[in-house]
Design a protein around this ligand. Structure first.
Ligand code: SF4
Length: 241
């Protein structure tokens, strides 16, 4: 059974076209800027079977047209990779496009099997510098970079994502390094820049937990444009979300 946090039926940002987006319960990172802190606890969530999700997909099929499909997000999707393999195999068999939104921290044989049934990976590389990555996520970026490399070597399409947080992820030198690291990757279909926002702040209050970025400003239009200009030196398709 899958442990699901919540479901969005008409997602338009998590892959091409209109998507059924399933947010999984549980995460192994602790990002300072997490806007879904309620998805992080490993326990909890609602149990759902692959068949139940396939049924939802079938109901939504008329809206997908030629582009839409299923996206698994989180929390961290790969924590439930074995169960997701069953779901993705069934979804592919029924003709649905599959996308996996992940922090890219796990690359064992089960994760590789899941990637074989994945049409698109939405990968967050949250910082190129190991020390800053650790500071921002409480985890190492070495597995994430290995994961990205594996996608490239196996020609698995990827949308590469970056969250822009003033004072944490906006150092120009590292933005260039991020661009230089990935610029030759042929599997990158687009780069998405996600400016830090405060929409999830109320969840910290509801959960009664400290919000480490409570006083962090959101990036200005000028700051966002500067980062777009940097990324455009390295990638053809750069979008702000
Ligand atoms: S990987 Fe995503 S869900 Fe997990 S802590 Fe970071 S932002 Fe939150």
């Amino acid at each position: 059974m899958l442990r699901v946090h919540s479901i969005e039926t008409f997602g338009t940002h998590e892959g091409p076209g209109i998507r059924l987006v399933v947010f999984m319960q549980g995460c192994n990172f602790y990002c300072l800027y997490c806007h879904n802190p309620d998805t992080r606890p490993l326990k909890g969530g609602t149990e759902m079977s692959s068949e139940e999700i396939i049924e939802l997909l079938k109901k939504q099929k008329p809206y997908f047209k030629d582009k839409g499909g299923l996206t698994i997000s989180g929390g961290e999707s790969l924590l439930q990779r074995e169960e997701l393999l069953d779901l993705f195999k069934k979804a592919k068999k029924a003709g649905f496009h599959t996308a996996l939104d992940t922090n890219g921290s796990i690359l064992d044989s089960d994760a590789k099997k899941l990637l074989e049934a994945t049409d698109l990976v939405l990968l967050d590389v949250k910082h190129i510098d190991p020390v800053w990555h650790q500071k921002v996520t409480s985890a190492s970026n070495a597995p994430v970079l290995q994961f990205a490399k594996y996608l490239e070597e196996n020609n698995i399409p990827m949308w590469l994502r970056y969250v822009l947080v003033p004072g944490y992820t906006d150092q120009k030198e590292f933005l260039h390094k991020w661009g230089t690291h990935f610029t030759q990757y042929k599997n990158i279909e687009r780069v998405e820049l996600l400016p830090f926002h405060t929409y999830g702040f109320y969840k910290y209050k509801e959960l009664g937990i400290e919000n480490p970025l409570e006083d962090c400003p959101i990036p200005t239009k000028k700051q966002v444009q500067e980062v777009v200009d940097i990324f455009k030196k390295y990638f053809k398709e750069v979008y702000v979300r």
